[in-house]
Design a protein around this ligand. Structure first.
Ligand code: CP3
Length: 354
């Protein structure tokens, strides 16, 4: 991208936003989940001087810098705020730590009594730091690059708060939800309330669009999916729409499978980010044209590259062209990804070959 000319053309439209106005762009806008992160040497350098991972999330100058790094390298159509979904439990007063190479660790909440450890009024100073990162970014980004704010969906954030760490089956949260649905509902309600404030603040600070990451949406049977994924997301989206009717909201209900169309229709989101396992024929017949579709290249193809990458990018473009579509991965970039493969992907999406 020509960074300088982008900055001096204030009238340039943000291409990323056009699918939300019904436009089917070819080539599609492109950004990637976890586009900032450990696969980039310049990220690792900033990360090393920031202290802990959460220190980086709460440092507006450094968080803005790592957000900008992949945009400078690859000229993505959108930047995503650098932060984490676990900033919300941390701001609520739950102890959150990121142990090197081990993922997050939290002091788990196991019952309604433990909710007394959370303080909704304590979130403001920490949220303010993230909101400051957003304002800096809106000033520093090229005018035609959109800025995406985000949070974790209440269900997914709750799985970490209850389990105390990542797990393959989210069993602690699922068991609490079955054994004491009223108590678990209180936790979900707290998360909806603070997420409204957190995301609304991101929009006021300059975010052009929002994404709600529901990474563990796929672990629930359909009745539980409607109660803990669809219903809280619907309340969150409705509150955001009441305040910011023109700001698009994208949902990422990872693993939702055949429930994804119901999620798209019932939550009020403007777009659905499709995970790696969702078949292109299903996306194209059940979601395309009804909502903005985002997705869904396997992040491992970015590790291996080569012809397999080329072939799949072409298949995704062919299947999803003709309706409003944003190119992305089906989950985040993994740390082993060679940075040059990301550049190659952007060229393939945009149709230029090198
Ligand atoms: O570039 C971007 O996408 C923006 C930044 C971003 C991060 N995390 C940075 C991060 C975003 C949008 C997230 C979302 C997130 N965080 C999700 C939802 C998406 C998904 O991946 O399913 C989840 C479940 C989390 C929780 C989380 N954060 C875990 C489980 C881990 C550990 C796993 C890992 O990759 O280390 C994190 C840490 C984390 N969040 C890192 C980054 C760049 C790596 C930590 C480091 O740099 O030390």
């Amino acid at each position: 991208m020509n960074w300088t000319s982008a900055m001096v053309s204030p009238a340039a439209p943000r291409r990323f936003l056009e699918p939300f106005h019904g436009k089917a762009l070819m080539p599609p806008p492109v950004w990637l989940m976890r586009q900032a992160g450990r696969y980039l040497p310049e990220y690792r350098a900033v990360r090393a001087k920031a202290g802990s991972f959460l220190d980086l999330c709460y440092n507006p100058a450094l968080a803005a810098e790592v957000t900008l790094q992949p945009v400078r390298r690859y000229g993505f159509d959108a930047a995503i705020l650098f932060s984490d979904i676990l900033v919300v439990p941390d701001a609520l007063g739950q102890r959150v730590q990121f142990a090197e190479g081990e993922g997050p660790r939290l002091d788990p909440l196991r019952s309604q009594r433990d909710l007394a450890r959370l303080n909704e009024d304590a979130t403001r100073p920490k949220f303010a730091l993230v909101h400051e990162t957003v304002s800096r970014l809106r000033q520093e980004l090229p005018h035609d690059t959109a800025l995406i704010g985000f949070c974790g969906a209440p269900w997914t954030v709750a799985t970490y708060m209850v389990g105390g760490q990542g797990s393959s089956d989210q069993s602690d949260a699922r068991q609490w939800a079955y054994s004491d649905p009223e108590g678990f509902q209180r936790l979900i309600d707290i998360l909806v309330d603070v997420s409204i404030e957190y995301l609304s603040g991101q929009v006021k600070a300059g975010a052009d669009a929002l994404q709600i990451f529901d990474s563990w949406a796929g672990s629930l049977p359909d009745d539980q999916f409607r109660r803990w994924v669809v219903a809280p997301t619907k309340r969150l989206v409705a509150a955001l729409k009441a305040e910011h009717p023109r700001v698009p909201v994208i949902g990422f209900p990872r693993g939702a499978g055949v429930l994804a169309p119901a999620y798209a229709m019932e939550t009020g989101v403007d777009g659905v980010s499709c995970d790696t396992a969702m078949p292109l024929a299903f996306i194209s017949s059940q979601l395309s044209g009804k909502t903005v579709v985002q997705g869904n290249l396997d992040p491992l193809l970015l590790v291996t590259g080569g012809h397999a990458l080329e072939r799949r990018v072409a298949e995704i473009k062919a299947a999803l062209a003709g309706n409003p579509f944003i190119f992305n991965l089906g989950h985040g970039i993994v740390p082993e990804t060679p940075p040059e493969n990301v550049g190659r992907l952007v060229d393939l999406v945009r149709g230029s070959h090198r």
